[in-house]
Design a protein around this ligand. Structure first.
Ligand code: FE2
Length: 448
């Protein structure tokens, strides 16, 4: 349980979940940690922050007389219903959010007022500020200065807060980058994708934050590669390729000498170009040899690369990107790739989905201004257990009805020859304009 306590009540053994007041005023670069030394305790007690929120399941509880190192379950068992001193001072904090930088009630009210459009405006400012900081960081690295990790932690926190308010706004905006902005905005995008993915996987809040920071830092080794090579439109020579392939190790070395860089950032920096079949670089690691961070990072890195405009190719839509990535056997962890798609609400072409209309449909493409709407060809009535005349429905991500309930299983519905049925459904229907139904019928803009 999260509990708010006064600074004077903080003790060694407590697990800090958040600092109250301005995040800029708190005396640590990490947001989540266990208080383990007298020096940490003194810094907290002497800081300008107003209060502190602790997690009593991950460390010592508030003034309950337990030993600092007692395991959490033992601590919970030891908590008497009316355990004496200090109970009146500690206030439980209601929060189910993962990676939740403290928000003021004003923040919450503002979010409700402004909705998606308002969050896009805030997200744009966050992207601009973070991009400028990433440019500074690359410049510092080129000049041999230390990486400002603390600044990156703060910015990852701001990006995490935006995603917590609205998971789509910042991620949709940062995808729409121009060719010359790619190197720096790619770091911002990977940060946002990693945070969103990690939240979806319900990872520990500290891991969510560290993976966000890792996203900002993962390509720092590109300072060792010339812009001419990075932005070259055509193919690369052997030497140029060798230079590009040196960036994970170069980045790792830079971060290893930067105080405060999270271990997950070093891991992501070194391993984001590995593949599960062992054909990646620099280590050629495969399968279980690759950490969760490495496997997540490989997906986020490639997804942002292929959905961005590059000097040598136009951006793919999210649906096109996922469809292609699922076909690159041996590149990504397939289970994680599905979880990543779920985290963004995107579907590969040919995926069987169930709709809130009670129909089954097959994903045929995407449409809309930012290709956010999924086009589903509904073909089966679940109540009647019968095929219906196929109709294309454009489903907006925020739509209440019709909406995609989730992926479904062809074998559950006994589509014995699913591949043949899928091929037939993906073929362009002759009379699409005749389609009717509650969803928005669309023109021929799907991928089929
Ligand atoms: Fe990279």
């Amino acid at each position: 349980m999260l509990v708010r306590i006064e600074l004077k009540d903080v003790e060694i053994g407590m697990f800090v979940h958040a600092f109250e007041g301005s995040w800029f005023d708190h005396p640590f670069w990490r947001r989540y940690f266990r208080v383990e030394t007298q020096e940490q305790l003194d810094r907290i007690r002497n800081s300008d922050i107003d209060g502190i929120i602790i997690d009593d399941e991950r460390g010592r509880g508030p003034a309950d007389g337990r030993e600092p190192d007692a395991p959490a379950q033992m601590q919970r068992a030891a908590r008497a219903p009316a355990s004496g001193r200090g109970q009146g001072k500690a206030k439980p904090v209601r929060t189910a959010a993962v990676f939740s930088p403290p928000h003021s009630p004003a923040d919450e009210a503002s979010r409700r007022r402004t909705g998606y459009v308002g969050e896009c405006r805030r997200a744009k400012r966050t992207i601009d500020r973070t991009c400028a900081a990433v440019v500074d960081m690359f410049d510092d690295a080129r000049l041999g200065r230390a990486i400002g990790v603390r600044r990156m932690v703060r910015l990852a926190g701001t990006i995490g807060a935006s995603i917590e308010r609205d998971s789509k706004a910042l991620i949709n905006l940062v995808r729409l980058k121009e060719k010359d902005e790619y190197t720096y905005l790619h770091s911002v995008a990977v940060c946002a994708l990693m945070i969103n993915f990690a939240r979806h996987l319900e990872l520990d809040p500290q891991q969510v934050e560290d993976l966000g920071v890792a996203g900002l830092l993962h390509d720092i080794g590109k300072v060792a590669v010339s812009d001419q090579i990075l932005n070259k439109p055509g193919g690369l020579s052997k030497d140029e390729m060798r230079s590009v392939r040196s960036h994970p190790v170069a980045g790792y070395r830079l971060l290893a000498s930067s105080p405060g860089a999270p271990a997950l950032a070093l891991e992501l920096c070194l391993r984001h170009h590995e593949k599960v079949d062992g054909t990646g670089y620099p280590g050629g690691l495969k399968g279980d040899e690759l950490s969760l961070a490495a496997r997540m990072g490989a997906i986020c890195d490639v997804y942002d690369a292929v959905t961005s405009n590059r000097p040598y190719k136009r951006a793919w839509t999210p649906c096109e990107a996922l469809t292609a990535m699922k076909q690159w056997e041996g590149h990504f962890d397939p289970v994680l790739l599905d979880r990543f798609a779920d985290s963004l609400g995107i579907y590969a072409v040919g995926t069987l989905v169930r709709l809130s209309t009670g129909e089954l449909g097959i994903v045929v493409g995407s449409t809309g201004e930012a290709d956010e709407d999924v086009v589903v060809r509904a073909f089966f009535d679940c109540a009647m257990l019968a095929e219906i005349e196929p109709v294309d429905r454009a489903i907006a991500p925020s739509a209440e009805h019709p909406r995609i309930v989730g992926r479904d299983s062809p074998s559950f519905w006994r589509f014995d020859d699913w591949e043949t049925l899928r091929a037939r459904l993906l073929a362009p229907p002759e009379a699409r304009e005749a389609a009717v139904g509650e969803g928005r019928p669309i023109g021929p803009r799907g991928l089929a």
